[in-house]
Design a protein around this ligand. Structure first.
Ligand code: NAP
Length: 286
């Protein structure tokens, strides 16, 4: 079994990115800027946002976290997003999810300019991804694709099963695997005989949000297993959706939690921001 070291790969890619950012600054006087809007005080979101800002600054980006109270109205939040859309010095805008219940999440995500939508959640970007013309893509599946590349895991002709169909992970993951010529099945909470289906996979991606749900009974010997899940066990420890200790003996490649998919997600977010900055330059807005 080979452990897919997402942390090491993230360090490597972020190092290269820092060099590219430094070069861009030197040659064009432009610094990629990422603004993250955090609504309310959700503890998990606070941690994610802090990590994003820290990584962005370390790679030489401009980065700002705009913290607003959970009581902000939808109109006020839309106005805030609009302010950063109009400001050409910010290339990426990310509104941290989840949002408070009184705010229409979809309306906010749709309001972000697709060119600054570094999360890739805007319908224009989703549509482009599904039609094979991806520009901005969701960071988590993008990071997983980088892992396949780094570890030279062949996808063409392979049978891939993605468990989970969220807009931010499962669906874009399935499309990216399809684009890479895998034969893809998407499973979800209504899927019958899930373990049996999962066991047909050469590539198994699990993104459901249930700690240690996928046991060795779900895994074909020699399969590549990617664990997206981030859950807390009874002791507050971070655990994945895959029962790592037993699945590692069956899989050919496996990602750990922590240290697998998570660090790659932030890395790809920075990569998207860098790309958004380049695109803005090409469009003449810099
Ligand atoms: P989500 O929006 O809650 O979607 C979960 C998906 O899993 C749904 O499609 C759901 O099916 C399916 N599901 C739930 N229980 C299932 C079961 N028993 N059997 C089969 N399918 C089941 O979650 P998400 O946002 O995609 O996130 C999934 C996990 O990944 C979470 O633990 C999250 O914290 C983690 N995550 C990690 C990263 C990272 O960077 N590492 C990034 C994003 C998310 P239905 O559609 O039928 O309800």
């Amino acid at each position: 079994m080979v452990l897919i070291d997402g942390k090491a790969l993230a360090v490597k890619i972020q190092g290269k990115l820092a060099e590219k950012v430094a070069r861009l600054k030197e040659e064009k006087g432009v610094v990629p800027g990422l603004v993250v809007i955090l609504v309310g005080e959700d503890p998990a979101s606070q941690v994610y946002v802090r990590n994003k800002e820290r990584s962005a600054l370390a790679a030489g980006f401009r980065s700002e976290v705009v913290r607003v109270p959970a009581t902000i109205s939808q109109e006020e939040l839309l106005a805030l997003v609009e302010r950063y859309i109009q400001d050409a010095s910010w290339h990426g805008i990310l509104v941290q999810l989840p949002l408070p219940q009184h705010i229409d999440e979809e309306a906010i995500l749709h309001a972000i300019d697709p060119k600054k939508d570094v999360d890739g959640f805007h319908p224009t970007n989703m549509g482009k991804l599904w039609s094979g013309h991806a520009v901005m893509i969701p960071s988590t599946p993008a990071g997983i694709m980088e892992m396949f590349k780094e570890y030279e895991i062949a996808l063409a002709g392979k049978r891939a099963v993605v468990i989970g169909r969220s807009n931010i992970v499962g669906k874009p993951m399935a499309q990216m695997l399809l684009d890479a010529n895998a034969t893809v099945t998407i499973a979800h909470s209504q899927t019958q005989n899930l373990a049996e289906l999962a066991k047909t996979a050469d590539i198994l991606v699990v993104a459901i949000g249930r700690g240690h749900f996928v046991t060795k009974d779900f895994v074909k010997p020699g399969a590549v297993v990617i664990d997206v899940g981030m859950n807390r066990d009874a002791n507050g420890k971070l655990i994945g959706d895959v029962a790592f200790d037993e699945v590692k003996d069956v899989a050919s490649y496996i990602t750990p939690v922590p240290g697998g998919v998570g660090p790659m997600t932030i890395t790809m977010l920075l990569e998207q921001t860098y790309q958004a900055c380049l695109l803005a330059g090409e469009a003449g807005s810099q």
